[in-house]
Design a protein around this ligand. Structure first.
Ligand SMILES: [Cu+2]
Length: 496
């Protein structure tokens, strides 16, 4: 295998545009020496394909490239503010690494000597923790105890040898910064693949943010969340995991937030083969289709994709399958502007007067951001004013933005039914935006599909060979048209 190919694969990996799983060899994992402007001293190791693990794909998140410095794999992470488009048109201000929140995925092989240069481009101190790593205490990144925090404009160089395998991650060890997005996957591959071997290996990072409708900055103090993301995207902007019918698949789920997420897969049974502590012995593998991924945990699940179809992978908490959720779902989507809400203490359930079940407080409690707390607003758990259930004033606007607006399927007397509306104005063909989220991975999905995807939802598309190959072709074309995004250390760093 030529070094040129190794180089290209690294560039592709850096741009997060892997067309298909690549077998990982020591050589492929190494940056070639013909990279202009870079000092490459790494020596080639023999090609070692047999039984090697596949490289992981993190949909919507790039891989972090590295350079070899002698026998050390050197990575460069920059902690910085990031503009992140959670769904089309909803760009928010997060904090992350190298222009991405979550940060780019790091992949190494057991036994690697690793150096990670962390530059702090935040306006305040930060610290980087390597979650679950068995490394010397002075490399642990616990601010104040194992090291001084990294000052704004400062740098800390971490270096250690890794003797573990599994789905690990890195994150800021400043609590509020975690809730601004500062986490990334750190996959430690075994030297030889596990048995049974997987054909596809995916990483999905679970995060949550509390962001008011007209605001772009998360409220990191919040106790409830209205944006729930897989790899920094909420449905329908999440990118499907593309699988060929019959392949064995691993999905590595990583959770850092304020909630635990029961992640459910349709159409298949899986086994949990790993945790944040590494590989589980096969004797512990029992069938399931929902795995609870607690805060600070990772769970690897594996299954044989033996059932063709576009299957949902989602958090099963109902509120985590919604976008910009609030208790005022219907009215919010039917009027312009936002009413001022309650103060934060009351929003979080700390009352100064009255009871938590009173008419005044009841509907607002727990929303936390003052959303949905204005008493004069009709809410779904109190009677609605009579009148037409269809009052979508924003429709022409939304249509202009590419929404496929149609009439939701509601009965004439809907407003007289206690509880209405629940999903009528939040889900359905009238909320679809198929074109706005168009990409090769979505090719051939049922028309209007996007109206039913929100929050922590993505597809696992188990495709027959012809459809699979077609999507791979489309991906290749996309990558051919796209200027390569170079996100290498030592080069001008740019983020959108
Ligand atoms: Cu959840």
């Amino acid at each position: 295998m030529s070094s040129r190919r190794g180089f290209l694969q690294n560039v592709l990996a850096g741009a997060g545009i892997f067309a298909s799983a690549k077998v990982l060899s020591a050589q492929e994992m190494q940056m070639s020496g013909d990279m202009p402007g870079m000092n490459m001293k790494g020596k080639k190791e023999p090609i070692h394909d047999h039984g090697s693990p596949v490289l992981v794909e993190t949909p919507d998140v790039p891989n972090l490239p590295w350079r070899m410095d002698g026998n050390v794999k050197e990575f460069h992470l920059i902690a910085e503010p990031v503009k992140q488009e959670i769904v089309p048109g909803r760009v928010v201000d997060l904090w992350g690494y190298n222009g991405s929140a979550p940060g780019p995925t790091i992949q190494v092989t057991r036994g690697d000597r690793v150096r990670i240069i962390v530059d702090n481009h935040l306006p305040e101190a930060t610290s980087m923790h390597w979650h679950g790593f068995e490394i010397p205490i002075d490399m642990d990144g616990a601010p104040g105890s194992s090291q001084d925090p990294i000052a704004p404009g400062g740098r800390f160089v971490y270096e250690f040898t890794l003797h573990q395998e599994g789905t690990y991650f890195y994150h800021s060890h400043m609590a509020m910064q975690e809730m601004m997005g500062m986490i990334g996957a750190f996959v430690m591959h075994p030297k030889d693949g596990y048995k049974p071997r997987v054909d596809k290996d995916f990483v999905v990072i679970l995060q949550e943010y509390a962001i008011l409708p007209n605001i772009t900055v998360p409220n990191s103090m919040n106790m409830e969340f209205n944006w729930l993301t897989f790899n920094g995207k909420a449905g329908p902007a999440t990118t499907p995991l593309i699988v060929r019918h019959g392949e064995r698949v691993r999905i590595r789920l990583i959770n850092l937030g304020m909630d635990h997420h029961p992640i459910h897969l349709h159409g298949h049974q899986f086994v949990v083969t790993g945790t944040e502590g590494g590989r589980q012995p096969e004797s512990t593998w029992g069938p399931g289709n929902t795995v609870l991924v607690g805060v600070a945990q990772s769970r690897d699940v594996e299954f044989v994709a033996n059932n063709p179809g576009d299957w949902m992978l989602h958090c099963h908490l109902p509120h985590h399958m919604m976008n910009q959720m609030s208790s005022m779902v219907g009215p919010m989507s039917r009027r312009t502007g936002m009413p001022a809400g309650l103060d934060m203490e009351r929003g979080m359930g700390m009352l100064r007067q009255g009871s938590s079940t009173s008419e005044e407080n009841g509907p607002s409690l727990g929303r936390g951001m003052g959303v949905g707390s204005t008493a004069e607003q009709t809410v779904t758990n109190s009677p609605l004013k009579p009148g037409s259930p269809m009052q979508h004033q924003d429709m022409p606007d939304m249509q202009r933005q590419g929404m496929q607006m149609g009439k939701p399927d509601v009965s004439k007397d809907a407003s007289s039914v206690p509880g209405f509306p629940q999903d009528a104005f939040m889900e359905g063909p009238m909320m679809a935006m198929d074109q706005m989220v168009d990409k090769p991975e979505n090719f051939g999905l049922r028309r209007g599909w996007s109206g039913f995807m929100a929050g922590m939802m993505a597809f696992v598309r188990v495709l027959p060979p012809d459809k699979y190959d077609h999507i791979m072709e489309l991906r290749k074309k996309r990558e051919g048209n796209k200027p390569m995004k170079m996100d290498m250390p030592g080069m001008e760093h740019k983020h959108e």
